[in-house]
Design a protein around this ligand. Sequence first.
Ligand code: GLV
Ligand code: MN
Ligand code: MN
Ligand code: MN
Length: 413
Amino acid sequence: MTLVPEIDGERLLARLDAFARIGATPAGGVNRQAFSVEDRGARRLLAKLAMERGFAVFQDGIANLFVRREGTDATLPPLLIGSHLDSQPTGGRFDGALGTLAAFEALEALEDAKAETAMPIEVVAWSNEEGSRFAPGVMGSMAFTGSDPAAWKSSVGADGASLATELEATIAALPEAALRPIGKPISGYIELHIEQGPSLEKERLPIGVVTGVQGTRWLEVSIEGTAGHAGTTGLAYRRDPMVAAVAAMHRLQTTIMPPDSSARLTVGRIAAKPGSINAIPQSVAFTVDIRHPRMERLDAIEAELRQVCGAEAETQHCTATIKRSFDMPGAAFSPNMVKIVEAAASSLGLPHKQMISGAFHDALFLARVAPAAMIFVPCRDGLSHNEAEYVEPAYAVTGARVLLQAAIAAASP
Ligand code: GLV
Ligand code: MN
Ligand code: MN
Ligand code: MN
């Protein structure tokens, strides 16, 4: 008798709970930032589950983790399915974990049913997707698709840790996973993820078929003034970079997102030095994350930002320096892989719509080397990068079912 591979919803939900305990925060989220002790714990658990099931486990020099199930045609490169296990510092339980664990569940479902696929299928947990501890994000998938990791080895984390040291310790914490070179030919990539926005929930759609990802650019602004005494320095004598930074941020928040409803601009981190209550700061540094589906708009927004920061710094007799730390043009996914995902949703009778992703994902980089696509499921109130992030269990399971169907179709063309 041939069994039909089926997602075991209870097993998937129990796994999501188990991984949410690694780095759990008191407010119900997770803090499992890239290459941390918690991140290593999640990688170890995935590797352990995989080896118990008899799957081969590999990692590469940037700590991407792979779980492999063989196909029937040894000449075919693998289909990759997965996401990431690292999180934001106050992250949710599903961002990344859902896609990784649903992919592992799909692999187990195939194994349970003794189902054959022509291609090997590899579950992948990409390393440092978030980039909140060590910039840039999507480090694992960037390295896998050809970026040179040497460029990041001297990176220092937001917490002062060394990337090189933490990466080495992360790889060493999993001696049972054989090391393989970074990057290799693949047949395709499919990633399940929570939407991280409100549209599917609002439209009561269980599935989003993702056709592409918008562009992201990260900038680091530093405004330099003169440190001085808070009580004795009169207005005429001040070169206060905080005044310039606040004015620049205010102008940007009121001239970019309105009027362009597709634009996103976020200042997520700000630091004043020396950071003393009774000293005018010597310098104020802040990060800017800008997003837009169109590259030329990203360029225009960056130009406006440079002009505004420069002008506000000058008004305060300060100087502004602006550095790009990350530039990620958007991408359109392979129409064929998008069709496979859409057909999977249709075959399960699930209402769906096509949409582009506002967040960046590892799939953006994989799409440059192989046909890639993504599946979105709704999350409550569109919340993500927030400990309150929540996905209805039924939606998590539904997403995994679509992933399994799509993977079967893609791996046996
Ligand atoms: C990914 O986490 C993003 O910031 O889009
Ligand atoms: Mn994510
Ligand atoms: Mn994220
Ligand atoms: Mn992300």
